[in-house]
Every structure is written in structure tokens, then in C-alpha cells.
Write a protein that binds this ligand. Sequence first.
Ligand SMILES: Nc1ncnc2c1ncn2[C@@H]1O[C@H](COP(=O)(O)OP(=O)(O)OP(=O)(O)O)[C@@H](O)[C@H]1O
Length: 268
Amino acid sequence: MSSLGLTDVAVSYPAGRETRCALAPFSDHVEAGEWVGLIGPNGAGKSSLLRAIANLTAYTGTVQVDGVSLADMGDRERARQVAYVPQDPLIPRDMSALDYVLLGRTPHIGYFGAPSRRDHQVAADVLERLRLAEFADRLLGELSGGERQRVVLARALAQEAPILLLDEPTSALDIGHQQQALELVTELRTTEQLTVISALHDLTLAGTYTDRLVMLHEGRVVASGQAGEVLTAERLGEVYHVCVTVDIDDDDGTVIVVPRRGFPVAES
Ligand SMILES: Nc1ncnc2c1ncn2[C@@H]1O[C@H](COP(=O)(O)OP(=O)(O)OP(=O)(O)O)[C@@H](O)[C@H]1O
């Protein structure tokens, strides 16, 4: 079980001769076993933050797992701590689903070693749990978009890292597979004590499945807290320019955010 400490994590990208800030200094402490949902409109900085934590983009500030800076770790050690599911993963179309999931075991395999029985067992278990066993020998290029997305999630879970970063993990999934994937992450938080940060556009799913939401807008935090505090119709109107109804079930925490017909909110 590992906690994630983020101190003044900021990301800028080159823009001509200058740089453009995509994420202003961001600080947070994600408790071990906690699931934090990043929400916010397109371009808000969600992926930039996740990519910084995964060390996939240049950033300033510090990212610590259990108080140890990720910048001080080698690639293999970092990959044993943090697994990342990108929004648009590069897919080797000629690779089988099983071989792709086994890539998630790379940080656990010796430099010149082959996957062990345990590595194969972990990969098979994850495929089974995501109901992908029947796809194990299929080539990735022959799977549907949603099937591929589940295989990418399976690869990250096979990595068995205590911190899991998910960038829009359910965007290509039908409602049944969305629920199944998010329920699996929920289950793994308990059984494997995973700490999760996910970017989710679907506010209903984000509010329902995560413990806490952080709403970003133009690279800055505009709200943070429980779904009921963050997902107010007024704030969503200001940030997303939408008119919605928000309904939160106090008993089981299910959140429903629905756009209201006929009430478009003008761009400001
Ligand atoms: N590699 C890059 N080079 C230059 N600018 C970038 C790069 N990646 C992202 N940006 C810019 O940084 C800002 C934040 O982008 P980011 O992808 O972090 O947002 P996001 O909240 O994940 O958006 P979305 O919901 O659309 O995926 C945007 O203005 C985007 O255009």
C-alpha cells in the first residue's frame, strides 16, 4: 500500500520561442488505497498531470511514493511503483493480447530473462478478471476498440504496481464493460491495496466510483472534495458551459449528472 505525494507539480510545453503553462503548480496527497478522480474540460491539464506523475513529460516539482522521489528511481523501479494507462496507447497490431499483457511484467523480469510461470499466471489472471481470456491469442490489430482498451488496462494491472494512473480508461467501452472495469479497479483497491488516480470525462462515473474529485480548469484546481461538494450544477455550468441536473444518492453514493435539454449555456 503506497501513498502519493505531489508538491508543486507543474507542466509547460514549448510554444514557439516561449513555453505555455498546461498545469500550474499542483500539490496533493493521495492516501494509500484512495481513488482520486481528475475531472475538467478538454485541455484542462488532466493528462499533463498524469503524464508528469508517470515521468513521461518534463515537469517541475516533486512526485513521491511513500516519501521517496520518483525522479530518484531508475525506470524499472519506477515501473514497479507506478502503472499508467494512457489515453491513446501505441498498439503493436501484430502482437497477441497475451504477449501485450506480459509486457506489463517487464519490470519484474530480469534483464535477459523470460517471463516466469508466475508472470504467465498473473497475465492469465488479469485477462480472466477482465473477461478477456478468450482473446489471449488474438492479435491486437484484430480486436475492437473497446476490447483493445480492456487489454491495455489488463497490461497495467499485470504490472502489479501499487499506484495506478488511468487516463480515460473507459472512453471506448460500452456501459457494461465500463462498469466491469471500474468495479474491478474498486475490487483491486481492496484486495491489492491500489492507490488510483484517474481522469474521467464521464462525471457520473467519476463521481460514483472515486473517493474524491479534483476539478481542473485551464491548468488550475477549481474545486476539490467529495462528489457532492464538487459536482454542483452551478459549478458545472461555469466550468463546462452546460446546464445539468445533478442527483446524488446519499445511501450508496451513486452520482447522476444529466444534461438538460433545451438549456444550452452560452460560451463565455
Ligand atoms: N505535447 C504537447 N505539446 C504542446 N502542448 C500540449 C501538449 N500536450 C498537451 N498540450 C496542451 O496542454 C494543455 C493541457 O492538455 P492536457 O492533455 O493535459 O489536457 P486534458 O485535460 O487531459 O484534456 P482532454 O480532456 O482533452 O484529454 C492543452 O492546452 C493542450 O493543448
